[in-house]
Design a protein around this ligand. Structure first.
Ligand SMILES: Cc1cc2nc3c(=O)[nH]c(=O)nc-3n(C[C@H](O)[C@H](O)[C@H](O)COP(=O)(O)OP(=O)(O)OC[C@H]3O[C@@H](n4cnc5c(N)ncnc54)[C@H](O)[C@@H]3O)c2cc1C
Length: 393
């Protein structure tokens, strides 16, 4: 029998609910939680309210009240969070990554269309450097987000396809087992980077789409104001960007991202296909420059991570997001570079994104490099002193 309240449940009035609930009295940690299934027909659950939200108005978000609601346990007791919800969440994070790519794409298309129609000072606004730069960067962020989405989905597909081969009569060969382990690990490593960066990029793209529209973008008549509101949830649900960092940081500190970048991406030969060479004669030279930039960025990332040696955990947590993003920007740049070898449509974005990524990573590296690790935590903690002012007011 489930009792309690669950807030913020998407499509909460569904026929079938999967519920994470505390099954072990007196516990407060993850081991006290089990996983349950509840069928609407069994009764005991009411929708107390539907939330009034900033965006995603097509998706009802419910507050559910459980009063002696009959439920059946799913799988092993006490493994609710550790085993089932963690695995479910990785799938959902991939989904939010895809949702972010969708919103980014819509924002980019709206901005591009508007910039091509609107005239100011006798010119289409797409002719102004400030506007075409914004559009080119939006496109690069969009293509980078899609590249890491597909790469993550590919890793998930590979290990799931291998899992699907297993039957009572058919075990995986040692080689298949090795592949399975590798791709399952890669999927775990890439998922938080995908969720964090593509959701942040989709918010940036929605912001810039409004900027391209000027005053009109602020009006309800144009779809970009809705995209801006819809984008906002993507950095929050299925784990905030800060929680994606919590999931990803161990792969920074144990060297897994560095190893992945070097083994999977840096090791690949940069040789454009005949079709790309025909369509874009300078492709090979342009992409070799991108590769050289990425090799340098990887060395810089390695040096940045080395600065964490011997530092307390709180300091590493403090700097974690910057290092996770550095790894993500390098991986995304490499994916665009590798896409460019097969199709010339990615070359501009490979250049633009990697140039930007280098600037973003430089900023992160020099911030960490110059940070006074002895004092920065206490200096930032001073913000708590402002609570007195807030409460007095
Ligand atoms: C529209 C909508 C739909 C939703 N749908 C569902 C659903 O269907 N099912 C469901 O179960 N949930 C759902 N949620 C809940 C959603 O997943 C959570 O709101 C989200 O994960 C953030 O948790 P929180 O609201 O408790 O924020 P908090 O955990 O209170 O976070 C507040 C702030 O503190 C930061 N923070 C918290 N912990 C840490 C930490 N350890 N390290 C660093 N920073 C931290 C966060 O990043 C954030 O900035 C939905 C939420 C919304 C808004």
């Amino acid at each position: 029998m489930l009792n309690g309240v669950k807030r913020f449940i998407t499509n909460g009035d569904a026929d079938m609910k999967l519920v994470l609930a505390r099954s072990e009295e007196g516990t407060s940690d993850a081991r006290g939680l089990s996983y349950f299934v509840h069928d609407k027909k069994w009764g005991g659950v009411t929708v107390r309210r539907i939330e009034n939200k900033l965006g995603i108005h097509g998706s009802p978000t419910c507050e559910l009240v459980f009063r002696n609601a009959p439920a059946k346990i799913v799988g092993d007791r006490k493994m609710g969070l550790i085993k089932y919800v963690m695995s479910l969440m990785n799938g959902a994070r991939l989904g939010v990554g895809a949702q972010s790519v969708g919103i980014s794409e819509a924002a980019y298309r709206e901005a591009l269309k508007y910039a091509n129609e609107r005239e100011q000072f006798g010119k289409k606004i797409i002719e102004f450097p400030a506007v075409y730069e914004m559009l080119a960067v939006m496109k690069a962020k969009l293509q980078a987000s899609r590249a890491i989405l597909y790469e993550t989905a590919r890793c998930v597909d590979v290990y799931k396809a291998l899992n699907a081969l297993v039957t009572p009569e058919r075990k995986l060969t040692p080689e298949e087992r090795k592949e399975n382990k590798k791709y399952s690990r890669y999927a775990d490593m890439l998922t938080p980077l995908l969720k964090m960066t593509s959701s942040e990029f989709c918010n940036q793209n929605a912001y810039d789409a409004i900027q391209v529209h000027g005053g009109s973008g602020y009006m309800k008549e144009y779809p970009v104001e809705r995209l801006y509101r819809d984008a906002r949830i993507t950095t929050i649900y299925e784990g905030t960007s800060q929680l994606q960092t919590v999931a990803a940081i161990r792969y920074v500190t144990n060297g897994s991202y560095l190893e992945m970048i070097r083994n999977e991406y840096e090791s690949q030969e940069i040789k454009v296909s005949d079709a790309v060479a025909a369509a874009c004669p300078d492709a090979q030279a342009r992409l070799e420059k991108v590769k050289a930039r990425l090799v340098a960025m990887t060395e810089q990332y390695e040096k940045t991570v080395a600065l964490m040696e011997g530092k307390p955990e709180e300091y590493i947590d403090f700097q974690a997001r910057k290092m996770c993003e550095m790894a993500a920007f390098i991986i995304e740049s490499y994916l665009l570079l590798l896409d460019s070898l097969r199709c010339e449509k990615f070359i501009d974005s490979a250049e633009i994104f990697s140039e930007r990524a280098q600037a973003w990573n430089n900023e992160r590296h020099f911030y960490i490099y110059n940070c006074n690790s002895e004092t920065i935590l206490s200096t930032c903690k001073n913000v708590k002193g402002d609570l007195d002012i807030v409460y007095q007011e």
